[in-house]
Design a protein. Structure first.
Lengths: 777, 151
């Protein structure tokens, strides 16, 4: 295809749903819930670890309006996982909808449903629970082999070997080594080592987790949910409720942000149980406090890094050993851990030896799950901080050090083959990598060479720059599949039905752009319907930076097949061979270039006028990547640190990104800008803190700080000119890459500013001040 | 308890339960364009205009609306659509969940501040959180919208 003549891609058209959303049209799950739906709320554990001796619901049941109260005794005991992942899930089946044991403050104890919130709240207050309090594990570094065992129950299991040893509080474990790491390190001229810590982080999607359920005319369970993965949700729900999947329909309306938070089933089983028990519609919307206390966070990690290099700055060995905290349940335990290595280590593919390993442990804390970056942001903080330390030791420019060692086009890394998500990876040669350009352009934009890297700008204020590079992926190869179906409609437009899940990113829009481009029609002629398990073809959903690349390739394939089907159908009507019919921009021509018919005319003919030859013309495309081409990025932070208060201000953040050819440059840019700010939040202010008893202290926006619009200076985002041959119209995915670099780039800037390396996030003023004082700065 | 107020130019009688906040009541009466994001008055999603001034309806006792004029984004649909065109042209609507409250605050700012600079705008809108965009796209849209209005 000629990429200079595109009409619908590389175009910043507005999102097709944008106007309606801004004007507040009913679009989100709660907007659409039936007025008479029972209100469902959950009684949650006030203890970090306890056994329920007894629950007395008798007084609560007497509250007028209460329709149903369920406890663990009323619910079938089935171990399942809430993680929206491929099948079989790489997450252990270690969760019960309700259980006799509670394993963190916030764990579900009882389901209460009634006609309104007031009666439900009243009933919740009347439920008496007698707890036997058990010893809790609240420090992930002492979790493994702790005498307090969080999952002693015998009926939990892994779906395939992931290193699951619940009796040792270990949810997953892994190790790999290519080349003799210890030996190469021992023979390296310079060895840098350090232990980095990253904190839990809350997604803070603006819409809380919400679902409503009802039985349709056929008695089937309908679930409308703010989910990132309707098909996984159907499968997991069927498993958890012991319902055949044909009895369940899942629909996703618009979602108010996901970032991984909704790649899971936190609320759906509870509403579904109420509907199944009462026959009535039921609605559950978490409170913001519940989102903090009882959904998922980013995995807290401890990452030990050792780098070995020669005196010229040639990297010879990398060793990364990781301890990850999965909290009370093991969703995404192994896979997030894997990505900590698989999407960082290949950046430096010229080493002689590389090792990665460690454990993912259970604690009695809020469970961790999927969160944009998915381990890569944690790994990147450690590895890219260590790279800067190496540069300091060598007296080298940190950019020169990276350029000497980083991956380039036409190259590969053993890590691609060895490390997958829960199983082996897929070998891959990099066909698009513009890291060189990203770095060179970023240097210009941040004035790396034209201004001093460090300068005093006030009595206690130092301004400094720092940088980091990153990679991510484009879907999970050979595991995740997306599909799309096109159907020609009378008047010559197309329905595009797809399982892909737009969680606010604009993927419905860019997939329509891709279809329009391939079909050579205006994008207005593509009518999108997505994310409904009854009416759209399968798609894994929106996670792992998959939609542009995986679902986008499925759309390209569907459109190519549609053009073939159209040519065949026109040929049949006009007694030609299919290869004698040419299609261009909504018109059909014969071999002499003479017009045969138009798409519009033919669309009526095939549905109304063709007698026995009348037919609906459809085409389906399915795509599962044989590889996962990484987007790349260079990130540059300019910060100002106040040495009297320890406060860091980000003056400017520059990101130059290679995501192949962006389908919609505006939407790609916003993805990166949004990712950057979440990464800056993780670097500077977003912290999860617990009381000694395991109560979450940061359980509201008053206590958990996400960056506001006055908190950060300028974000500058540019794209490298790049073309990924395996991607739709040259595109790679772009959803996650933006979040990866800020923690390391900001910590590196702080090191440049003050000489002090801080190994633990977030870089809050008290932590920075302590470090400066300890160093005597 | 009942109150009488004007919502989007229509006179309404609303039945309240004790202690109910305006956001809950508006949503209960079908004004689902009013979103709720935090319950602590921290995010700006639930912004409505009360007598023309932006108010966080999740933290505004509904009974205080007695006799007042309430405007949601739907009551400003024409102006909001004009701003929405600028916002969506930047791709900065994203998930759209914060957009109605945000857009309404932008419209209020336009009434209140004659020629706001970058810092004025950021300050006026500091209470409107967005987790998708990083704010830059919203700021580009606001600048272009205000410029177009002054031309």
């Amino acid at each position: 295809m000629n990429r200079n003549t595109t009409k619908n891609v590389q175009k910043s058209i507005p999102k097709i749903d944008g106007q309606g959303l801004v004007l507040g049209r009913p679009a989100f799950t709660e907007d659409l819930a039936p007025q008479d739906a029972l209100v469902v709320r959950l009684v949650r554990s006030p203890h970090a670890h306890a056994r329920i001796r007894s629950i007395d619901t008798s007084a609560a049941e007497q509250v007028p309006g209460i329709a149903c109260i369920l406890t663990w005794k009323d619910v079938k005991r089935i171990a399942y996982t809430r993680a929206g992942q491929g099948h079989p899930e790489p997450s252990p089946h270690d969760k019960f909808i309700l259980d006799e044991y509670v394993r963190y403050v916030g764990d579900e104890v009882a389901i209460v449903a009634g006609r309104d919130l007031a009666c439900v709240n009243k009933a919740m207050g009347l439920i008496k629970v007698d707890y036997e309090i058990l010893p809790a594990v609240l420090d992930f570094e002492t979790a493994a082999d702790n005498p307090a065992v969080i999952h002693p129950e015998p009926d939990i299991h892994e779906m395939f070997p992931i290193g699951f040893e619940p009796k040792r509080n270990i949810a997953a474990a892994y190790k790999m080594e290519v080349g003799p790491v210890a030996e190469v390190l021992a023979n390296s001229d310079v060895v840098v080592e350090g232990t980095w810590y990253t904190q839990a982080q809350n997604h803070m999607a603006m819409e809380v987790h919400t679902a409503f359920t009802y039985l349709d005319l056929h008695g089937r369970l309908n679930v409308v949910s703010s989910t990132q993965n309707p098909f996984h949700t159907r499968r997991l729900l069927g498993q958890a409720l012991a319902l055949p999947l044909k009895q369940i329909r899942v629909q996703k309306p618009r979602i108010g942000g996901g970032f991984g938070a909704k790649q899971t089933i936190h609320v759906e089983p509870y509403a579904a149980l109420v509907t199944l028990a009462t026959g009535k519609p039921a609605k559950i919307a978490l409170t913001r406090k519940e989102v903090f206390e009882a959904t998922f966070t980013r995995h807290q990690m401890r990452i030990q890094v050792r780098l070995g290099a020669d005196t010229e700055g040639k990297l010879r060995a990398i060793d990364m050993q990781v301890l990850s905290n999965t909290g009370a349940y093991g969703e995404h335990a192994l896979t997030v851990f894997m990505v900590g290595g698989s999407k960082t280590l290949p950046l430096y593919n010229k080493v002689q030896a590389v090792a990665y390993g460690g454990q993912v442990v259970y604690t009695n804390q809020v469970s961790a799950g999927a969160f944009r970056g998915y381990g890569a942001v944690q790994g990147n903080f450690a590895l890219e901080s260590a790279m800067d330390e190496l540069a300091h030791r060598l007296g080298m420019d940190p950019i020169a050090l990276r350029r000497k060692n980083m991956i380039g086009e036409g190259e590969t890394s053993e890590v691609f083959r060895i490390m997958g998500e829960g199983s082996e990876g897929v070998p891959m040669t990099i066909e698009s990598c513009k890291l060189e350009y990203c770095i060179a352009r970023g240097k210009e934009l941040i004035r790396w060479d034209t201004e001093p890297l460090v300068r005093q700008v006030g009595p206690n204020r130092i301004r400094a720059k720092g940088m980091a590079i990153a990679m991510q992926g484009s879907g999970i190869p050979l595991i995740d599949m997306g599909s799309a179906t096109l159907e020609l409609q009378d008047d010559g437009f197309f329905k595009l039905h797809m399982g892909a899940t737009d969680l606010g990113t604009g993927s419905d829009t860019i997939l329509a752009q891709i279809a329009a481009e391939e079909l050579e029609v205006p994008v207005e002629d593509i009518v999108v319907y997505a994310s409904d398990t009854d009416h759209t073809p399968y798609d894994v959903g929106a996670y792992a930076s998959s939609t542009t690349y995986v679902s986008g390739n499925a759309v390209v394939q569907a459109a190519q097949r549609m053009k073939g089907a159209l040519r065949e159908a026109v040929a049949e009507k006009y007694h030609l061979k299919a290869e004698e019919v040419q299609y261009r921009q909504g018109q059909f021509y014969d071999e002499q270039g003479k017009l045969i018919t138009s798409l519009k005319q033919f669309s009526f003919d095939t549905l109304y006028h063709n007698g026995a030859q009348m037919k609906t013309i459809t085409a389906t495309g399915s795509y599962s990547g044989e590889k996962s081409p990484p987007p790349y990025m260079a990130g540059f932070a300019e910060i100002e640190v106040d040495t009297e208060t320890g406060k860091i201000d980000v003056i400017e953040y520059v990101a130059v990104v290679d995501c192949g050819t962006p389908i919609n440059p505006n939407l790609a840019r916003i993805q990166v800008e949004g990712g950057l700010l979440q990464g800056i939040g993780m670097a500077l202010c977003e912290d999860v803190q617990y009381s000694e008893g395991g109560h979450l202290l940061t359980n509201s926006l008053l206590h958990y700080k996400v960056p506001g619009r006055e908190d950060v200076g300028r974000l500058t985002v540019e794209f490298a000119e790049s073309f990924e041959p395996s991607g739709p119209f040259g595109a790679k995915s772009v959803a996650e890459i933006g979040i990866d670099t800020p923690p390391a780039a900001i910590a590196n800037a702080l090191r440049n500013a003050t000489g002090v390396r801080i190994y633990e996030l977030p870089l809050t003023p008290p932590r920075v001040l302590r470090a400066l004082r300890a160093a005597g700065t | 308890m009942k109150i009488t107020c004007t919502i989007n130019k229509e006179q309404k009688v609303l039945e309240l339960q004790a202690g109910e906040m305006l956001a809950e009541v508006l949503r209960r009466y079908g004004y689902t364009e009013v979103k709720v994001g935090c319950d602590t008055g921290s995010c700006g999603l639930c912004t409505v205009l009360v007598d023309g001034k932006p108010v966080l309806s999740c933290s505004y006792l509904a009974h205080r609306a007695e006799g007042r004029t309430i405007t949601t984004i739907k009551g400003k649909e024409k102006e909001a659509a004009e701003f929405a065109a600028f916002l969506t042209a930047e791709g900065a609507d994203q998930c759209g969940f914060c957009s109605p409250g945000f857009a309404l605050t932008v419209l209020a700012m336009k009434e209140e501040l004659a020629h706001p600079n970058e810092a004025d705008i950021r300050h006026y809108l500091a209470g409107n959180l967005c987790r998708c965009t990083g704010y830059e796209g919203q700021m580009r849209a606001i600048h272009k919208y205000l410029e177009a209005r002054h031309e």
